[in-house]
Ligand binder design. Structure first.
Ligand code: 5AD
Ligand code: SF4
Length: 440
């Protein structure tokens, strides 16, 4: 028997890349590879990259440079670049960094094993096509391994929204949804392997409209209701959503579907209507606030999360103040905020940029406000009773760590609770980045 070859995958960026990396590892398992945790032991290194902001791509190039010594020591080592930098830069990656043997875009992962075989013969391989098929259905997985209690499941990819700052419509292509039957099969399989909580992923997940099991066109809410019936699955989440796709049935599901968790990540990017228009968001601050109001009417305790960009071209102090006002109005439980980063090829790249020092200062002020809100929302959990899905042992003897319905990390003294168990907990203390709880 030949010895298994070793694959090291380093994942950058969003949760969809985490999911893709798992699928690539499984597919390469079928080609005789086992996954390892360090580049030093690997026969093949894959960087699954992110292109959303400038620094992300630069990190990839500097990481690639560090592999030179490894490749000198082991000439058979193959290096591949996957993900959105691969899609955006294509063959340019191999020109800029000749250490790279293989470049594979996010829509071509099913071809990875054959591309690996190609580069083993010498030479390079490149595939950044957008084929019309469900790549996940094409990926051949190795025998089923046991899994932890939480998993991602990609249900939708790509985006047709074309926000003026964003590369996603170019790197991930047009919106497409996987058929519900495949998603349900995958969910049932995950549950058999130990998964209790599934997060449905899509760049625009609430725009999901896939082929239903009844032959009809299913919305995300419809899909969630079908997943609700999967025995053994305890929790359903989804991310990331666009405000304009928060349909009535999805809002309603937050009030009526017990497995759907009270947490909504709903990016708004800015609170200024003038900037929202320039961003091509197709909604206003007011319409966003109305969606939040409706979702809170359906599920009063829901935790709201958001994304913000500061220093978008032409943003004035008054525009920025409107963003702070919107944040005050919403009260976010958690949020991600970024300084605008020019992405070549996007409409906003051509426009007058905000002074970098000014943008830094705005980001600092915005993050100070968001951190305060996050803390207030977390502190308000103290004294409440809630379910925690325990995921791993804590630092102290007998301690376990898990997540609440609201996605807060909770640790508790729970020596008899198993990984993957949902247990009822009373929250007794709010710490910097977690809650302390007591089993009831
Ligand atoms: N600059 C800064 N932030 C960006 N995002 C997307 N594109 C850019 C960019 N060019 C942020 C948005 C999005 C999140 C995933 O990344 O807030 O919601
Ligand atoms: Fe990018 Fe999201 Fe806008 Fe689509 S909706 S273009 S993924 S920011």
């Amino acid at each position: 028997m030949t010895e298994a070859k070793k694959l090291y995958i380093k994942t950058y960026g969003c949760q969809m890349n985490v999911y893709d990396s798992e699928r690539m590892a499984e597919a390469m398992g079928g080609a005789g590879y086992t996954e390892v945790q360090s580049a030093e032991e690997a026969d093949m290194i894959l960087l699954n990259t992110c292109h959303i902001r400038e620094k992300a791509a630069e990190k990839v190039y500097s990481e690639l440079g560090r592999f030179r010594d490894l490749k000198d020591a082991k000439p058979d080592l193959k290096i591949g670049v996957a993900g959105c930098v691969a899609q955006a830069e294509g063959a340019e990656i191999m020109r800029r960094q000749p250490l790279v043997d293989l470049v594979v875009g996010p829509q071509s992962y099913h071809r990875l094993p054959e591309m690996e075989a190609e580069v083993r013969k010498g030479g390079t391989a490149l595939d950044t096509d957008f084929p019309e098929l469900d790549k996940f259905a094409q990926l051949k997985a190795r025998p089923k391994a046991k899994r932890g209690p939480t998993a991602f499941l990609t249900v939708q990819e790509g985006c047709d929204k074309f926000c003026a700052f964003c590369v996603v419509p170019y790197t991930r292509g047009a919106e497409s949804s996987r058929p519900a039957a495949r998603i349900l099969d995958e969910a049932r399989d995950l549950v058999e392997r130990g998964v209790r909580e599934i997060t449905l992923l899509g760049q625009n997940v609430n725009a999901y409209h896939g082929l239903g099991e009844d032959g009809g066109d299913w919305s995300l809410a419809r899909l969630i209701w079908a997943l609700d019936k999967v025995d053994g699955l305890e929790r359903i989440r989804f991310t990331t959503s666009h405000p304009n796709d928060m349909t009535d049935d999805l809002i309603e599901a937050h009030g009526t579907c017990a497995k759907l968790m009270p947490y909504l990540h709903l990016p708004v990017q800015s609170g200024s209507d003038r900037i929202l228009k320039r961003m091509n968001r197709n909604h206003t601050a007011e319409s966003y606030l109305r969606v939040i109001e409706r979702i809170r009417a359906a599920r009063p305790d829901i935790l709201i999360s958001g994304d913000f960009i500061v220093g978008f071209p032409e943003e004035t102090e008054a525009d920025f103040q409107a963003t702070l006002d919107l944040i005050e109005a919403v009260e976010y439980g958690t949020a991600y905020s970024f300084k605008y980063s020019t992405r070549p090829g996007t409409p906003a790249a051509e426009r007058a940029q905000v002074d970098a020092g000014e943008a830094d200062e705005r980001l600092r002020r915005l993050q100070a406000l968001l951190t305060r809100q996050q803390r207030t929302v977390q502190d308000a959990m103290v004294g409440r009773e809630m379910d925690v899905l325990f995921e791993k042992p804590g630092r102290q003897e007998g301690q376990m760590v898990g997540k609440s319905d609201y996605l807060h990390a909770v640790h508790a003294d729970a020596p008899n609770v198993a990984i993957g168990e949902l247990a009822r907990v009373r929250i007794i203390e709010s710490k910097t980045n977690s809650l302390a709880g007591m089993l009831i």
